[in-house]
Write a protein that binds this ligand. Structure first.
Ligand code: COA
Ligand code: ZN
Length: 315
């Protein structure tokens, strides 16, 4: 048995949120149900945010109500504040994912709050999750750098993690919102943080903006991280972070992990079919590469000339 790596599919949230044309609710539901049928252990279904901030996800309640809940898949949603948490709980989410940024300017751009204001709101979210008896996973955007401010000091990241852990977050997600992280930095950051917060379930949220997402994930696996966000077809991006493009592509990541001998519990062929269906729904080519190239074990017929030479050379 290879080591198990747990993937959280964020395409329906991080992916869809940046799509300018409204995707009909039925199609969102279809994609989520196809994703769960691949065996994905967790899906971030939607966001309970202000409908004016992210109009694409204004149908969050309806999506939650219409999906088919597959046993074995955890259905989570993103919330920025207590109002979002109340909506998410009423809609029946299994887990709450919170969002705040490690940089003041991105937090203000994204959720219109200072980091301290966000932390106060998230304390209220933590109480609601606790009363409802559901786990809280807290994501930290721009953990590896901010498109406005540049580098984020490790000490600030440590302070934010400490506050989130104090409120009872089970998991901490370090998010590279605009693809600024590199594998050496990921390693440095994790080697600093992991020993300081034993008992936390760590996850990494990567964007492939600068083609470093999979290298960053492999570095994090070496450091002991086992949970990763990924987005079908490589959809994704934050509407409030200039230059943000797609998340690490789920089927490309699963393909890489399986080729290396890791286990994910995911049916890769069904995942690739789902990515193709999402391309069809959105009407454009997505960044995912394995759906175009085929899997690593794809073989091509030998050119006749080569076959003849091989036959002639055979002993
Ligand atoms: N869902 C729906 N409505 C919400 C809400 C939520 N989670 N949070 C606040 N509101 C409503 C309030 O009820 C209030 O309504 P009213 O004007 O009818 O009284 C209104 O929004 C303003 O509330 P306020 O707390 O001042 O919010 P804001 O305007 O400062 O916006 C956020 C703050 C967090 C709600 C908004 O910036 C947001 O939704 N951001 C999400 C960004 C995002 O999803 N980014 C991508 C993911 S990384
Ligand atoms: Zn993201």
């Amino acid at each position: 048995m290879g080591t198990f790596i747990s993937i959280c599919e964020v395409g329906p949230r991080d992916g869809f949120q940046i799509e300018p044309e409204f995707i009909p609710t039925e199609l969102k539901v279809e994609v989520i149900d196809r994703l769960s049928a691949t065996g994905l252990p967790k899906i971030e279904v939607t966001s309970f945010v202000h409908p004016k901030a992210v109009p694409q996800l204004r149908d969050a309640e309806e999506v939650m109500a219409k999906i088919t809940r597959r046993p074995g898949t955890v259905y989570a949603a993103l919330v920025p504040n207590d109002k979002g948490a109340m909506r998410a709980l009423a809609a029946g989410v299994d887990q709450i994912h919170t969002v705040l940024s490690a940089s003041e300017s991105h937090n203000l751009a994204n959720v219109n709050m200072t980091i301290e204001e966000s932390l106060t709101k998230l304390e209220a979210v933590a109480r609601l999750a606790h009363e409802a008896g559901i786990p809280l996973y807290s994501g930290i955007s721009t953990s590896f750098g901010c498109p406005f401010e540049g580098p984020v000091p490790l000490g600030r990241l440590e302070y934010i993690v400490a506050r989130l852990v104090d409120m009872g977050a089970t998991g901490i997600g370090l998010a590279d919102t605009t693809g600024m992280a590199n594998p050496a930095q990921v390693r440095r950051t994790l080697e600093y943080l992991l020993p300081r917060f034993p008992g936390v379930t760590w996850s990494l949220h990567t964007h492939n903006t600068r083609a470093m997402a999979i290298p960053n994930i492999l570095a994090a696996i070496d450091c002991g991280v086992r949970h990763f966000d990924a987005s079908i077809g490589g959809l994704g991006g934050c509407p409030f972070a200039p230059g943000a493009t797609g998340n690490v592509c789920t089927e490309d990541l699963v393909h890489c992990l399986h080729a290396m001998g890791y286990e994910t519990g995911i049916d890769l062929d069904r995942l690739i079919e789902t990515a193709q269906r999402v391309e069809q729904i959105l009407g454009r080519t997505l960044p995912g590469q394995v759906m175009k190239a085929g899997k690593w074990d794809r073989r091509y017929p030998l050119p006749e000339r080569v076959a003849a030479r091989l036959a002639a050379a055979a002993p």
